[in-house]
Design a protein around this ligand. Structure first.
Ligand SMILES: O=C[C@H](O)[C@H](O)[C@H](O)COP(=O)(O)O
Length: 220
């Protein structure tokens, strides 16, 4: 395993401490979450089942023998575990590098504790070096892109990609994200936007950071 993969694994092991037995567990998407699912598969907690944020995570959880239930059935959750593409000191996040942010944001919103796992490379003072993913309705994608240009952004359509919900994704460079809550609200208000991958209005509650010197945990 590379150093980076070892760090992801260490973060996943630390996140496991937040799993609540006897309940449904929210599970995010991505390479760090894949390590978390591997940890779940090894330790087999007595959870009721999982609520998944993507088809890829659902398939991996099922292969590991876990029940995957719909959020409509499971209702509000105690714990949601996921990764992120960037994290600010206030625990605001950019998510959606894998295109899963719509389902991720829905699950984060109904979870008491959002546990986010990252490696040190994803910690930034101000969000925005990572292009901001925005899921859009196909017929509105050019209109949304023009609105983003007016905000100072440089939108790029993600080539040959559809989200699990069947929508295109625009990745936006160059946006000023010094006030991420305000930008999130402004982008949410553009007709045609399904979900912006900014998690500032609902940031992480617990941040687990894995680095060369071990794992640290920060709480909001
Ligand atoms: O759409 C993907 C999700 O938001 C992921 O949480 C994010 O991209 C981080 O993924 P990874 O753990 O692979 O860096």
């Amino acid at each position: 395993m590379s150093n980076n993969e070892q760090q992801k694994r260490a973060a996943a092991e630390a996140a496991y401490e937040y799993v609540v037995e006897g309940e449904y567990l929210g599970v995010g998407t991505g390479s760090t979450v894949n390590h978390f699912i591997d940890v779940l598969a090894e330790r087999r907690p007595a959870i009721k089942g999982c609520v998944s944020s993507s088809e890829a995570t659902t398939a991996r959880l099922k292969r590991a023998g876990f029940d995957v239930e719909t959020l409509n059935f499971a209702g509000d959750l105690s714990v949601y575990v996921d990764g992120a593409d960037e994290v600010s000191p206030q625990l605001a996040l950019i998510k959606g590098g894998g295109g899963a942010m719509t389902r991720e944001k829905i699950i984060a919103q109904v979870s008491d504790t959002f546990v986010c796992m990252v490696d040190t490379s994803k910690q930034v003072d101000v969000l925005g070096a990572f292009p901001l993913p925005i899921e859009v309705i196909e017929m509105g994608r050019s209109a949304v892109a023009r609105a983003l240009v007016k905000m100072g952004g440089l939108p790029e359509l993600r080539e040959d990609f559809r989200s699990d919900n069947g929508h295109p994704i625009i990745d936006v460079y160059n946006l000023d994200l010094t006030d991420p809550k305000a930008v999130e609200a402004r982008i949410n208000a553009i007709p045609g936007v399904v979900t912006v991958g900014l998690f500032a209005q609902r940031p992480a509650d617990v941040l687990i950071v894995a680095g060369a010197d071990g794992v640290t945990t920060k709480k909001r």
